[in-house]
Ligand binder design. Structure first.
Ligand code: ATR
Length: 278
């Protein structure tokens, strides 16, 4: 039961009605007996959102599309990784002092390492150059990977490649150069290609794939994207998009509460919800 002393956490975004974050955070609060609640707020103005964190004493917030970049200027400090990435997905309220962090980055790396083992020195191709790609690419750089940014358009792709001291390939040249595939260890799709309703699309030509690769997709609707189906058929190791969602959420929960939550419990809750059982 909620009382006058219940702690409040929330997510700010637009849209947020399909967010799975309230589900997983509230299940964890309940299972762990923590007197807290997590709500979703669809807002137009992130400046006002930040003001409400201060005025209502909200203990922590998740930040999602389209506010991850715009929020930086309204916070009191930004941690190093979030500053490098240029995006915040987590706000911590430390007695009125608001700190911005980014757990998308570790959220991508952790499940990849669980599947691929050490990624240090590995050649990673990041498909896309948007916000999600930045988080993934900076995370990979921190791990000591060799990075190729693969993007449909040149300007954005080259910019990110320069920032992470990687190289750049257009998506069409990447999909044409099958001999290049011998040197790729990991492919990560950070674009929305393959998401419902376009479930028969993949950003990667299947002939680029070989069985030694690990392939990760950040799309989790559907869970088994065309890219991951092609990777499975080729014999690659695969990491689905739910893994990243769960790991970034788990890292966020740990920042909020200091407690490391069960990833398994979180994953099961989301899968139940997706299959309509919850
Ligand atoms: P996010 O912040 O969620 O990563 P974004 O900033 O809109 O989203 O970035 C989307 C990325 O997906 C971009 O790299 C985009 O390529 P462009 O820079 O060329 O726009 C890529 N993308 C989106 N739709 C795509 C499609 N149909 N084919 C290939 N790439 C696509």
């Amino acid at each position: 039961m909620f009382t006058a002393t219940t702690s409040m956490y929330c997510i700010f975004g637009k849209p947020v009605s399909h967010s799975m974050s309230p589900l997983v955070h509230n299940i964890l609060f309940s299972q762990l007996g923590i007197d807290a609640v997590y709500l979703a707020f669809e807002i137009d103005d992130i400046k006002k959102g930040v003001e409400s964190i201060r005025s209502l004493g909200i203990k922590g917030a998740s930040i999602t599309i389209p506010f991850k970049e715009d929020i930086l200027e309204y916070l009191d400090s930004i941690d190093d990784m979030a500053l490098q990435i240029g995006a915040v997905n987590t706000v911590l309220n430390r007695d009125g002092y608001l700190v911005g962090c980014n757990t998308d980055c570790s959220g991508a790396i952790e499940p990849l390492k669980e599947t691929a083992g050490s990624v240090t020195g590995k050649h990673v191709c990041v498909i896309g150059a948007g916000g999600a790609a930045r988080a993934v690419a900076f995370g990979m750089k921190k791990e000591g990977c060799r990075i190729t940014i693969v993007n449909r358009s040149k300007g954005r792709g080259e910019e990110l490649a320069n920032l992470v001291k990687g190289r750049f390939l257009t998506l069409s040249s990447f999909n044409d150069l099958t001999d290049l595939s011998n040197s790729i260890d990991i492919i990560i799709n950070t674009t929305s290609v393959g998401m419902v309703p376009d479930i028969d699309k993949s950003p990667v030509n299947p002939s680029v794939l070989n069985e030694k690769m690990t392939v990760m997709d950040i799309v989790y609707n559907p869970l088994k994207t065309k890219l991951l189906q092609d990777a499975d058929n080729t014999g690659c190791k695969t990491v689905d998009g739910l893994a990243m969602f769960i790991h970034q959420g788990a890292a966020q929960f740990e920042l909020f509460t200091g407690i490391t939550p069960s990833r398994q419990l979180m994953r099961e809750a989301v899968l139940e919800k997706m299959s309509g059982k919850r």
